[in-house]
Design a protein around this ligand. Structure first.
Ligand code: NAD
Ligand code: MN
Length: 508
């Protein structure tokens, strides 16, 4: 190409790049108001006092202590939940051991599969009840719990049920045996889904489990125990003990567990890794992240804006693989950010039970304070701040408007630390290499999103990224058949898919 032509092309390009789309921000672009569309809570019957599910029975906690779980949308107590002591945890582990040796490892694999299929089908039948309860206890919008969480929970049980009698095909040429009793500790952001990720592969491979849900979201795990009863599982195959960090520590440190599976913070993951290092327990850790989107100038822009919004704002940013960093090619950065502002000003933050709500409540006051701390720190550092929503925040409960910091330096705290809330950090790049090195410049490595019309560009970028999951022209898509997990401080091992069976078996 002649230099002149090149210049002309460059000019044309930079002209279009500098053109700013006219959008109204700070204000909902709609003239009409949405009517309230609340989902009824009548379908759930919440017990005032919730006991421990050990050996197929509902048992009182040995020390008689209970703690409350709140509805983060109004800050009110939903129920009292038993706090399991070390003695209760010991009882649960013993029950699991007895069930493992007495029945579960002995029954034919296709019988195990039948029980797991039964759990999946009951979950589908009771899906609405689970969705409402999840939304009440966690604060996530009913749209999410109804259309994402609960369907994925059922499909995880279906998927793993299918493997139960086909393990020879999962590990061709090898004989596999179960490992025994699994101790499983999960967080509050996907309470029932994380329980499914843990329990389904463990049962399919012939293990028995003791699961501890997070202290702010124990109710759907307890309802799952009812389903397990309903499905007629032998007593002790699944035990659910509730409590906080102390109960979790007693469980993972119990000498008679063979495997520890933990999802939660990197901080607690480290404590567990240290404790388990002195034993021969198997360990998987699913920890935090600071995942990045890379948006090239040739991407379908509206689609990419939607993906970025979905990746960080929906589910209040309470997603370990949230796309919390946006790297956008410099030539389109201005337009992209304007479009993002417009889209953000249409987001409806509010009552999680309302079917129109996009962003619900932050799970706890503690998390909300943590998020606000990060926002204030970034404001003090002087980064350009923007926040918007189509609705005013409710007067009670724990809520945070979606927001971003624009044009932040890669040393900025908001660019490096996991916020676990609806807060996005935006930066730009000029070359694919710069995008890749910025994306990789983090102690985490959970996920990434690459946006381009060119498959070869996506492929090349993906090969350079150190992340466990890389989405192309989409984000936060899950399927029980694909493995999930991270590099570095994001964790060890994989969950889901055939890979997710591996931590629960001994391969001969
Ligand atoms: P957390 O690590 O404090 O708690 C997670 C679970 O561990 C809870 O059930 C808790 O009771 C239990 N726990 C706490 N201390 C323990 C101990 N010493 N021993 C054993 N168990 C203990 O995490 P959190 O603050 O409740 O959750 C938010 C964090 O979790 C975020 O930072 C996020 O990165 C991470 N997370 C990661 C994933 C993932 O899949 N990678 C998923 C969800 C959350
Ligand atoms: Mn709660």
């Amino acid at each position: 190409m002649l230099d002149k032509e090149k210049d002309k092309k460059k000019k044309k390009h930079s002209k279009s790049a500098n053109k700013t789309v006219k959008v109204k921000t700070h204000k909902a672009p709609f003239e009409f108001e949405y009517s309230d569309a609340p989902e009824s809570r009548d379908i759930v019957k919440i017990k005032e006092r919730n006991l421990l599910y050990i050996n197929g029975q509902w048992q009182e906690p040995s020390e008689g202590s209970f703690f409350p779980t709140l509805n983060p949308a109004d800050g009110e107590v939903l129920a009292e939940v038993a706090e399991a002591s070390a003695a209760d945890v010991d009882k649960a582990v013993q029950a699991a051991r007895k069930a493992y040796e007495g029945t579960w490892s002995k029954i034919p694999a296709h019988e195990r599969g039948k029980y797991i299929f039964r759990i999946a089908r009951i979950l589908q039948e009771r899906a609405r009840e689970f969705a409402v309860l999840e939304t009440l206890d966690n604060g996530k919008p009913i749209k999410e719990s109804r259309d994402v969480d609960i369907p994925l929970v059922a499909s995880h049980f279906f998927y793993n049920a299918g493997w139960a009698d086909k393990l020879d095909y999962a590990f061709p040429g090898h004989k596999v045996t179960p490992i025994g009793v699994a101790a499983q500790v999960i967080p509050w952001n996907f309470p029932l889904l994380m329980a499914a990720w843990k329990i389904a592969p463990a049962l399919a491979t012939g293990n028995c489990v003791v699961l501890k849900p997070a202290e702010t979201t124990p109710l759907t795990a307890l309802l799952l125990a009812e389903v397990i009863e309903q499905a007629g599982l032998p007593p002790g195959v699944v035990n659910i003990v509730t409590g906080a960090g102390k109960t979790g520590a007693a469980l993972v440190n119990h000498p008679d567990v063979n495997k520890v599976a933990f999802t939660g913070s990197t901080e607690v993951g480290r404590i567990i890794a240290k404790a388990v290092a002195k034993t021969n327990k198997k360990l998987t850790l699913e920890l935090g992240g600071k995942s990045a989107h890379i948006v090239y100038e040739d991407a379908a822009i509206d689609q990419a804006v939607e993906g970025v919004v979905n990746g960080i704002f929906f589910n209040q940013g309470h997603v370990c693989c949230a796309g919390s960093r946006l790297l956008v090619e410099e030539s389109i950065a201005k337009d992209f950010v304007e479009k993002l502002k417009e889209r953000m000003s249409q987001i409806r933050v509010g009552d999680p039970l309302d079917k129109n709500t996009d962003v619900g409540a932050i799970n706890s006051h503690r998390e909300l304070e943590k998020i606000r701390g990060f926002i204030n720190e970034a404001k003090e550092e002087g980064w350009e701040y923007f926040s918007a929503s189509a609705t005013e925040l409710p007067g009670k409960g724990f809520f945070q408007k979606p927001c971003f910091f624009n044009d932040v330096g890669s040393a900025a705290s908001i660019f490096r630390q996991e916020v676990f809330g609806p807060v996005l950090a935006i930066s730009t790049f000029r070359t694919p290499q710069e995008a890749i090195s910025k994306a990789n410049d983090t102690p985490y490595g959970l996920a990434a999103g690459v946006w381009s019309e060119k498959a070869s560009k996506i492929q090349k970028t993906a090969l350079g990224l150190k992340a466990g999951v890389i989405w192309a022209n989409t984000y936060n898509k899950f399927d029980p058949s694909s493995p999930f997990g991270g590099y570095y401080e994001s964790g060890w091992g994989r969950e889901g898919g055939r890979h997710g069976l591996f931590p629960y078996v001994e391969v001969q």
